[in-house]
Design a protein around this ligand. Structure first.
Ligand code: ADP
Length: 331
């Protein structure tokens, strides 16, 4: 589809280029031949005064012959010039057309990849619900207890689907711009994020220790709370019981750094470059029963950070814990 669009665009560019070149060539030809004719007429008028009629006729036909030859040469030169414009313009137009279409092609490809990834992820819980219900329906002696268990399991899958669709919506809605940026108190935002995760941390006897300076950045407070919640939630999710998570907020020149450090399972060096990709889960996370998410959290975190003109990075090693650092410009 993009090849034929590129060819069509090339033809349009080329047609415009050729139209301009031909119009100017025509004008050049007219002006130049008028100039040549004027020169000949001037010479003929001049020699007419002192040449005999016979000599004048010879001179006249010679100049006319020369004039026609000059005009023919001019025509050939202009033709060659236009042929060169056609060939080089064709190549340049194709290159230009590909360049024009490349960002559109990229965005379409990423959209269809997004749709394919999303439907792939949606299929797993849907298939689980379908299979469980089909098996239950085929059992004529289904007890009340079994039916209750089935409903519970269905509800769990539905909750997962809800989480997934919310994550997808967040990724799709966040177009990389903050609509109404305001002055955000980062300390307050981090406190809120820690509060949100307090219960989950408690359930694993995980201590969250905080060391925060006063900090203000420009942005959207809800998105920033969400960003820190994702990182703290991951730190809890991928840490063993009774460990500590350190949340630190410090100033470094013109930026603030939020560091979330856990004592968890860590991430292998080979997986580190991919963890911010949509739907990416490390091998150990995929093999976990339940627990892990859909691999959307860090993709959302990265998008939110970038929308705030910041960046996020990670330092981690297996069994040595992970440290995620968010860099945000000071307001
Ligand atoms: P998920 O919802 O699966 O946690 P994320 O996008 O938040 O998805 O994270 C992607 C992957 O990065 C996770 O599957 C996990 O393997 C790894 N990961 C993220 N945070 C941590 C962490 N603090 N410790 C260890 N691994 C982590």
């Amino acid at each position: 589809m993009f090849h034929s669009a590129a060819v069509k665009l090339t033809l349009w560019y080329l047609a415009i280029m050729m139209a301009i070149s031909l119009i100017f060539s025509g004008l050049l030809y007219r002006v130049s031949s008028a100039e040549l004719e004027r020169g000949v007429n001037h010479q003929v008028g001049y020699f007419n005064n002192f040449l005999t009629p016979d000599d004048f006729n010879n001179f006249y036909s010679l100049r006319e012959q020369q004039l026609n030859q000059d005009k023919a040469r001019l025509k050939t030169n202009l033709l060659v010039f236009n042929l060169l414009v056609l060939v080089s313009g064709g190549a340049a137009s194709y290159w230009l057309a590909r360049r024009t279409l490349a960002p559109i092609e990229d965005s379409l490809k990423s959209q269809s990849r997004f749709a394919a990834d999303a439907s792939h992820e949606l299929r797993t819980p849907l298939t689980a619900i379908q299979t469980e219900n089909e098996v239950a329906l085929r059992n004529p002696k289904l007890t009340k207890q079994q039916a209750t268990d089935l409903l519970k399991s269905n509800l769990e899958e539905v909750a997962k689907l809800k989480n997934l669709s919310e994550g997808l919506l967040r990724l799709a809605n966040n177009d990389g711009r903050i609509k109404n940026p305001e002055l955000v108190d980062l300390k307050h935002t981090l406190n809120q994020a820690v509060e949100r995760q307090a219960k989950t941390a408690e359930s694993k006897s995980i201590k969250i220790s905080q060391k925060l300076v006063d900090a203000k950045t420009s942005g959207d407070p809800d998105s920033l709370t969400e960003l820190f919640s994702i990182l703290i939630d991951n730190a809890i999710k991928y840490s063993p019981l009774k460990t500590t998570i350190n949340v630190e907020l410090s100033r470094h020149g013109k930026e603030f750094q939020v560091r979330i450090k856990d004592q968890g399972q860590g991430i292998a060096a080979t997986e580190l470059p991919n963890i911010f990709d949509r739907f990416y889960r490390t091998d150990s996370s995929r093999s976990r029963s339940g627990g892990g998410g859909y691999g959307l959290g860090l993709a959302i975190a990265k998008k939110i950070t970038q929308a705030h003109h910041g960046h996020i990075n990670v330092a981690s090693a297996p069994d040595k814990g992970s440290t995620f650092t968010v860099h945000l410009p000071a307001a």
